[in-house]
Design a protein around this ligand. Structure first.
Ligand SMILES: Cc1cc2nc3c(=O)[nH]c(=O)nc-3n(C[C@H](O)[C@H](O)[C@H](O)COP(=O)(O)OP(=O)(O)OC[C@H]3O[C@@H](n4cnc5c(N)ncnc54)[C@H](O)[C@@H]3O)c2cc1C
Length: 476
C-alpha cells in the first residue's frame, strides 16, 4: 500500500472508523440474516450513502451496481467533457475527512504545484479518485449486479438482485440521473426513439440517431456530418468530442434564440440553502425549484470554447427539430437537412413511473402533483412528477412500508434541493440520509433496545474498592 493511502487509513482509524455495528440482527423470511440496508447504485451517491451509513455504525449492508467497476454513472461512459463542470476545490465524497479529499489525492499523485496550477479536475481523474476513496474506506460495492424488482412486506423490502431474492429493512435507490426516470426525448412529429435501432435510422458505422447517454462510437464519425440537438453542456461536450474525433462538420441546433446565460443552481450551493430548503413549506420549495429549472443551465464556457476551435462547428439558434426522418434527416421550420449522424442532447426526465425496477410500487408513490394547485402541476408537469419525499429521502404514499425505500438521486431535488446529484450538496445529503436511517432502525427496535439497556451491566467501579457486586443481588 502506498504511504498516502496508508495515511488516509490512519486518519480514518483516528476517527474510529468504522465504528461497531449497533443494529440488532434480525432474521429474514428465508431464515437467513436480514440486511439492514441495500444500496442500489454504486455511483458517487450510492458509494457515499454506504460510507455515511458505515460511519453511523450501520454496517450490515450491501451496495450493488449493474455497471462494471469504473463504469458507474456518467464519468467514464457518456460524460464527454474533458474537465468537470464544478470548481476543483469542492469536497463531498470524502465526508469531511481531509485525507480523502480530491485535493489530497491530486497533490499525492501530481504534486502540490500541479494542484495550484490546475484549472478544473480532469474527468477521468475524478473516476480514479472515486474508486480510490471506495477502496481506501473499504466500501463494499459489488459490480455487475443488477436490481430488477422491489416488493414491500411488513418489516422488510424484498428485491431481486443478481437473480436472487434479497431482503432488507431499508432500500436506498441511488440509481443516478437516468435512474430518476428515463432519457428525455423531445416530442417529434413522427420519429419514435424506439425506431433508432432500425435500419432506416441506423444502417452503418458512423451513422444513426443517438441520445447523448448512448454508447457512441465517435471514431466512426471521422469525416462525417453530425447534427446535435440541445443548448446545454452535453450538447457542446458531444459536439466537441465529435469534432476532436475528426467529424467534418458539426451543426448544433438550439430551440432558443440564445444560450442560457446564468447557472441558477450554482447559487444554491451554500449551507443555508442546503440545510434549510427541506424545512420550507411546499409553496416556497415549489417556487424555488420551478424557477431554477425553468431558467435552464448554460454550457460551461470551456465546453463552448472547445467547439469554437474547430472550423467545422456552427450553431443554429431558434431552430429546434420538428422531426427526424430516415437518412437521417432533420426537419426544422427552415427545411430539411441531411446528416450522417444525429445526437439528441436533451438530458433526462424525472419520471419514477418509468423505472421498471419499482413497477410494483409506482402507483402508490406520492408525488409533488398532490402538493401544489392543479394549475401549477399543469404548468410544470415534470416538477409535479418528482416524488414527494420525507425528511430522510423516504418515499411516502399509499402503501404500507413505502418509507423503507429512500430515493437518493436527482429525483429527490424538489423535496431536498440538489443534495443527491451534484457534488456540492452530496455530503449534507448523505449525512441526512444516514442519520434518518439510523433513527428509523433504532426506533423500530426500541423495545429490544430497552431490554438491552436493562441487561447492560458494565461494572465501572470494578477496579476500585467501592465496587459492589449488584448483579449477584439482582433478581435473575
Ligand atoms: C454528463 C454529466 C456530467 C456531469 N458533470 C458534473 C460535474 O462536473 N459536477 C457535478 O457536480 N455534477 C456533475 N454531474 C451531475 C452528477 O454529479 C452526476 O450525475 C453523478 O454521477 C451523480 O451520481 P449518482 O450516484 O447519483 O449517479 P450515477 O453516477 O449515475 O450512478 C448511478 C448508478 O446506479 C446504477 N444503477 C442504475 N440502476 C441500477 C439497477 N437497477 N441495479 C443496479 N445498479 C443500477 C448505474 O449503473 C450507475 O452506476 C454530471 C452529470 C452528467 C450526466
Amino acid at each position: 500500500m502506498d504511504s498516502f493511502t496508508k495515511g488516509a487509513r490512519e486518519d480514518l482509524a483516528r476517527l474510529n472508523f468504522p465504528p461497531a455495528n449497533w443494529v440488532p440482527p434480525a432474521d429474514g423470511p428465508d431464515g437467513r440474516p436480514l440486511l439492514d440496508v441495500l444500496v442500489v447504485g454504486g455511483g458517487m451517491c450510492g458509494q457515499l450513502a454506504a460510507f455515511a451509513l458505515m460511519r453511523e455504525g450501520v454496517r450490515n449492508l450491501r451496495c450493488v451496481d449493474r455497471a462494471a467497476r469504473g463504469r458507474e454513472g456518467p464519468w467514464a461512459t457518456y460524460a464527454r467533457m474533458e474537465i468537470l463542470r464544478s470548481p476543483k476545490h469542492l469536497t463531498g465524497p470524502d465526508l469531511g475527512v481531509a485525507a480523502l479529499t480530491y485535493r489530497a489525492w491530486h497533490e499525492a499523485k501530481y504534486g502540490v504545484a500541479h494542484w495550484e496550477n490546475l484549472h478544473k479536475i480532469a474527468r477521468l481523474d475524478w473516476v480514479d479518485y472515486l474508486l480510490w476513496v471506495r477502496d481506501t474506506v473499504g466500501l463494499p460495492v459489488e459490480n455487475d449486479v443488477e436490481m430488477k424488482s422491489v416488493e414491500l412486506h411488513p418489516g422488510f423490502v424484498s428485491c431481486t438482485v443478481g437473480g436472487k431474492a434479497v431482503h432488507a429493512r431499508k432500500l436506498i435507490l441511488a440509481l443516478g440521473r437516468e435512474g430518476s426516470g428515463a432519457l428525455r426525448w423531445p416530442r417529434f412529429e413522427t420519429f419514435d426513439p424506439a425506431q433508432r435501432a432500425s435500419g432506416a435510422f441506423h444502417s452503418q458505422r458512423g451513422s444513426g440517431v443517438f441520445h447523448s447517454a448512448d454508447d457512441i462510437d465517435f471514431a466512426a464519425l471521422k469525416g462525417r456530418r453530425v447534427g446535435v440537438l440541445g443548448a446545454g453542456a452535453s450538447a457542446f461536450d458531444n459536439a466537441g468530442e465529435a469534432l476532436e474525433s475528426g467529424a467534418a462538420e458539426v451543426v448544433l441546433f438550439a430551440r432558443r434564440s440564445h444560450l442560457p446565460q446564468v447557472n441558477k443552481s450554482k447559487w444554491t450551493a451554500f449551507p443555508g440553502f442546503q440545510h434549510g430548503y427541506a424545512a420550507l413549506g411546499d409553496a416556497r420549495r415549489w417556487r424555488f425549484y420551478t424557477y431554477i429549472f425553468s431558467e435552464q443551465v448554460p454550457p460551461p464556457y470551456e465546453s463552448v470554447l472547445r467547439c469554437e476551435k474547430h472550423k467545422g462547428f456552427s450553431v443554429r439558434f431558434a431552430e429546434g427539430w420538428q422531426d427526424i426522418l430516415p437518412g437521417p434527416e432533420v426537419k426544422t421550420w427552415k427545411g430539411k437537412t441531411r446528416f450522417d449522424a444525429l445526437i439528441v442532447c436533451t438530458g433526462f426526465d424525472v419520471n419514477m413511473i418509468e423505472r421498471p425496477e419499482i413497477a410494483s410500487i409506482r402507483d402508490a408513490i406520492d408525488t409533488w402533483r398532490s402538493h401544489v394547485p392543479p394549475e401549477e402541476a399543469a404548468k410544470f408537469p415534470e416538477e409535479a412528477r418528482f416524488p414527494y419525499l420525507g425528511d430522510a429521502f423516504q418515499l411516502q404514499g399509499k402503501a404500507a412500508g413505502l418509507s423503507r425505500v429512500h430515493v437518493f438521486n436527482w429525483g429527490s431535488t424538489m423535496s431536498h434541493g440538489a443534495l443527491a446529484g451534484d457534488i456540492p450538496g452530496i455530503q449534507i445529503g448523505a449525512e441526512r440520509l444516514a442519520a434518518g436511517i439510523a433513527r428509523d432502525l433504532f426506533a423500530e427496535d426500541s423495545d429490544l433496545h430497552y431490554r438491552r439497556l436493562l441487561s447492560h451491566n458494565e461494572d465501572e467501579l470494578k477496579p476500585t474498592k467501592y465496587f459492589v457486586n449488584l448483579s449477584s443481588r439482582r433478581p435473575a
